[in-house]
Design a protein around this ligand. Structure first.
Ligand code: I6G
Length: 701
């Protein structure tokens, strides 16, 4: 064959393979047998090898093209990836519909009644796919909604995700959002193979999907049976005229080559939604994938715009979750574990049971009060519950089945919190009026040290990939690590020696020498991941330090407000309270943390070990659109709590005051507002209702 004929054949094969893949993975309607697909793919591979000039990064042969990445780059979402509010009961769905009907002013029932689009909620991992001029250029996880991780190379291996949009004249920019999931058949097949080959099975399809996407080597992801379905749009370039409804958009996405659930319907009124919920619920067990509920969305975009958003969730959509699954099992023992802050949490060791497709043998009891309320004792039959990915918990004890001795007395006494920490033998302190008991051992307590390290290395903190529980346990147990900064001194040899020790202690042949030679690649990767984490941000560092009450959002607010570490170290409690979201309790925790000499020493040691972060200009709330304005909230708000509303207003620069005076610039009046509203009117102060506030917040989100 001559050059032109080869080029034509390459183009034809690519087209044929794309079509076959679309039929198989998207339409679920294969046209050619797998063997024929494989033969065509091999032919294309051979031609491409012979003609490097015909290379095309989006060729069907190139789904696994990228080499393993060291770590995932952050991706700022052009439009935030929101989460959905949840409904767990019919009443909550009725409230959802009633809110919408009220706000839109549409009578119910009747032709003006709003239409909802309804679809199953797949249990997987939310992702965003960006196409530019029809080519898949960037794929990211949701992350915190604002910033996700770049997992493009892994997403390219999922055959249900088109590398090119179908059709002519693709948009300049199109972002498609949806869920990556693992179909049940693929999950079972994967696990059967893993077990037969002495490999680790996946815990459940959802973890399987999430774990597969976070593989550093796309070739590993490619072997995982993942699928995708599209459910929403992100950024779309202005030349695109979108259909007027969500359900029509889904049809349009289908024509572009995306899989869309074929159980999408439209419904009116709460009764229509509940009917859909019941029908999907009845099919749930027979579906070829896991779902954890259904999603209702107001179908018309113009109506969605009227409803707007609260916090990070749309007010025009809701996820109606299936009830948590409950099963009975027996308690073997009641244990306690010690967390990062010394919190002592009781939990039960139980006879293993299956709940929602996962084998469970531990469930949390939360705290001593909860144990007392439930009166759980060893030998009891308990009902446990697991909802979504929440840790299983004990719901109640079946007292009729409690074991008794020959005298008819219960075989076990009521449980009491131990007086000493099971890890370090320090006293456990349980202050009256506080729910949580704490080990007083601080960093003397290995459990607290381990948890601090695990948290420090976790993804949202310093993001040290591979630093899991097993390694952290061994690092602390064998004395390799006392403080967090010690991590940065560890060498490949340290890790290999430590793992050999741990394997031997567990009575296993050291995995590192199984292949007849010492395998060090994993240790090299780990040392590289630790080294890479040296370059971080103030926000991550603050979260990683594990200051009580300082979660990701507060760490971000602190980093923004102060811009650098020193002014934060110098801040007193009053200065800390200027930070949006930081109240008196959190301010005290932060001030105490930084006043502790050993915490200051730990930070200095991190710096000495080369941990660094850029300093940025402080972004004080005084610079927001409400800067310098005093705002007063009065009456009841439906969509936000008072605290949320206060935090959101403060984040935009407002000072939120408790009473109306001449200095007040704005009053937000919820329902049943009383004297403050009267006074505001008297003084001629601007008054907004809740809808106006929400619209303003949405505009400045
Ligand atoms: O997490 C989600 C699951 C399913 C969604 C979603 C969805 O639609 C079927 N839709 C939206 C708009 C969001 N999350 C934010």
């Amino acid at each position: 064959m001559n050059e032109n004929a080869d080029a034509a054949r390459v183009a034809a094969l690519r087209q044929q393979l794309r079509e076959a893949s679309h039929r198989y993975h998207v339409l679920d309607d294969p046209t050619i047998p797998d063997s024929e697909y494989d033969a065509l793919l091999r032919e294309l591979e051979a031609l491409e090898a012979a003609h490097p000039e015909l290379a095309d990064p989006d060729s069907p042969t190139r789904r696994v093209g990228a080499p393993p990445s060291g770590r995932f780059e952050p991706v700022e979402h052009a439009i935030p990836m929101l989460s959905l509010g949840n409904a767990f009961s019919a009443a909550e769905v009725e409230d959802f519909v009633a809110r919408i009907v009220k706000e839109l002013g549409t009578a119910e029932p009747g032709p003006a009644e709003p239409v909802f689009s309804t679809e199953p909620k797949f249990d997987g991992l939310a992702i965003s796919l960006r196409y530019e001029h029809g080519r898949f250029v960037l794929g990211a996880t949701r992350g915190d909604g604002t910033t996700g991780e770049n997992v493009t190379a892994n997403l390219r291996t999922i055959k249900a995700i088109p590398l090119r949009l179908r059709g002519e004249n693709p948009p300049a920019v199109l972002e498609v959002r949806g869920e990556v999931y693992m179909p049940l058949a693929g999950f079972e097949k994967y696990n059967a193979h893993a077990l037969a080959h002495d490999e680790k099975p996946l815990a459940n399809p959802r973890n399987g999907a999430a774990g597969s996407l976070r593989q550093l080597d796309p070739a590993v992801t490619a072997r995982r049976p993942l699928a995708f379905y599209a459910y929403a749009l992100g950024e779309v370039s202005p030349e695109v005229t979108l259909p007027p409804t969500h359900s029509q958009t889904l049809q349009w996405l289908r024509t572009l080559g995306f899989p869309v659930s074929n159980r999408v319907e439209t419904a009116r009124g709460a009764s229509g939604l509940l009917d859909y919920f019941a029908r999907i619920g009845a099919q749930r067990e027979r579906l070829p994938f896991d779902i954890d509920g259904v999603v209702y969305k107001l179908d018309r975009y113009d109506q969605q715009r009227v409803m707007g958003f609260v916090a990070r969730a749309p007010r025009w959509a809701i996820a109606h979750k299936f009830p948590a699954q409950e099963v009975a099992t027996t308690v073997e023992s009641i244990e306690v574990s010690v967390g990062r802050t010394g919190a002592v949490t009781p939990w039960v060791q139980m006879a293993p049971v299956q709940v929602g497709g996962v084998t469970v043998s531990r469930a949390t009891l939360h705290n001593a009060d909860q144990v007392a309320r439930l009166d759980v004792r060893p030998g009891d039959t308990v009902i446990i519950r697991r909802a979504g990915d929440v840790i299983p918990e004990v719901v109640r004890v079946n007292l009729e089945l409690r074991p008794h001795d020959a005298h008819g007395r219960p075989r076990h006494h009521a449980w009491r919190m131990p007086r000493h920490c099971p890890e370090c033998d320090s006293a456990i302190e349980h202050i009256d009026g506080e729910v949580i008991a704490r080990c007083t051992g601080g960093l003397v307590c290995p459990a607290q040290r381990k948890q601090s390290l695990l948290h420090f290395g976790s993804r949202r903190a310093m993001d040290i990939d591979g630093l899991g529980e097993r390694f952290v346990d061994a690092l602390v147990e064998y004395g390799y690590v006392h403080g967090i900064a010690d991590l940065y001194r560890l060498t490949v040899e340290d890790f290999v020696a430590m793992k050999q020790r741990a394997d031997e202690a567990a009575g296993e042949v050291p995995e590192t020498v199984k292949a007849g030679k010492i395998a060090t690649k994993w240790a090299e990767n780990l040392v590289a991941a630790i080294a890479a984490s040296r370059s971080t941000t103030l926000e991550r560092l603050l979260f990683a330090l594990g200051i009580r009450e300082v979660g990701e959002a507060t760490a971000k607010a602190l980093a923004r407000h102060f811009g650098a570490l020193q002014p934060l170290l110098d801040a007193d409690e009053a200065a800390l309270q200027q930070v949006p979201d930081v109240g008196p309790v959190v301010a005290t925790r932060i001030a105490h943390f930084f006043a502790e000499p050993h915490n200051r020493a730990a930070i200095a040691a991190l710096r000495e070990a080369g941990v660094h972060w850029p300093e940025v200009a402080p972004q004080r709330a005084q610079e927001g659109p409400l800067a310098g304005k005093t705002v007063v909230l009065t009456g009841a708000l439906a969509a936000l709590t008072r605290d949320e509303a206060k935090a959101r207003l403060e984040a935009l620069g407002a000072k939120v005051a408790g009473s109306v005076s001449k200095k007040t610039a704005l009053v937000i009046a919820g329902s049943d507002a009383g004297s403050k509203l009267d006074k505001a009117r008297e003084l001629g102060i601007e008054v907004w209702d809740e809808a106006r506030l929400l619209a303003f917040l949405a505009d400045h989100a």
